[in-house]
Design a protein. Sequence first.
Length: 341
Amino acid sequence: MIQEEHGFYNPYPFQPQNMPSTSTAPLGTVDDYTGTYIPNEQVEAQPNSHPSGPLPAPYPPYPPYPPYPPYSPMPPTSPTPPQKRSVRTGTVVLITLIVALIFGIALFAAGWEYAYNGNSSNTGTTTTVAASSSGNTVMTQQEAAIAKIEPSVVELNVTTAQGQQIGSGVIINANGDIVTNNHVVNGEQSIKVVLYNGTTEQAQLVGTVAADDLAVVRIAPFAHMTVAQIGNSSQLSVGQEVLAIGNPLGITETATHGIVSALNRSVTESNGTTISQAIQTDAPINPGNSGGALINLQGQLIGIPTLTAIDTETNTPANGVGFAIPSNLVKTALTQILQQG
């Protein structure tokens, strides 16, 4: 009968029957056997034909195959977390955050720098423009002030017994009266006035106030004559910008710039005349400037340049230390002189 497929087969056990316990005869093969077949039932009745003695040990039977153990499913186990992957992922995330932070800080710094530099640049531009505008304004004021009073400033050529001397003067009214320093016309024999347009006019001495070193000369009025406006010297302040206009060394219509260095100075001239309440200025004042105009930026006459300090060590004029008679004192002197004249 054919065994069922996948059936389980046990080995056939070898069981010796009617075999002598021992034998010394060699074993033969099946082909070598020439005896007569005797059924097993008759073997016991037949005499033992095998030699006496112990039989060789039979081959041990094949052990049976152990049965397969019953199938039992593996118990479920929790998956081990991928530690290395987690560490790697965490590292990547950390690096990403650091890079993003650095990038953000860089952007913030760049934006702040741009904003700051932009504001600073705008501020610098505004400051520069303001400074430039202020400078242009001051320059424009200076030019306008000079243009306003310059036609009223004249040159005086005075002849004395000792020779010729040069000074300046300012036309102060429509009558052709010109104010100047007394030391410019002192001892005059003749006075010639050179006008702004280059015309020369003969002048006459009207009067003097020697104590204040002031004098007035007069010329005949002429067409389009410019008269200076006299300002209020009591409104001056130290540091205020001023301009000196005159004829230094005979160089006509020269303007120099400076500030009010001090007020209410008391100075004594070489002839012993003391000027009180003098204006000190660093605007250059040279020989020929005496009797000219010291003006503010509105073009108003606020002083009459008179002298320069002398350096006693070198006996030469000190640079940047000049003095002018204040305009309020000039007004007083003019009233006195004109009343007498």
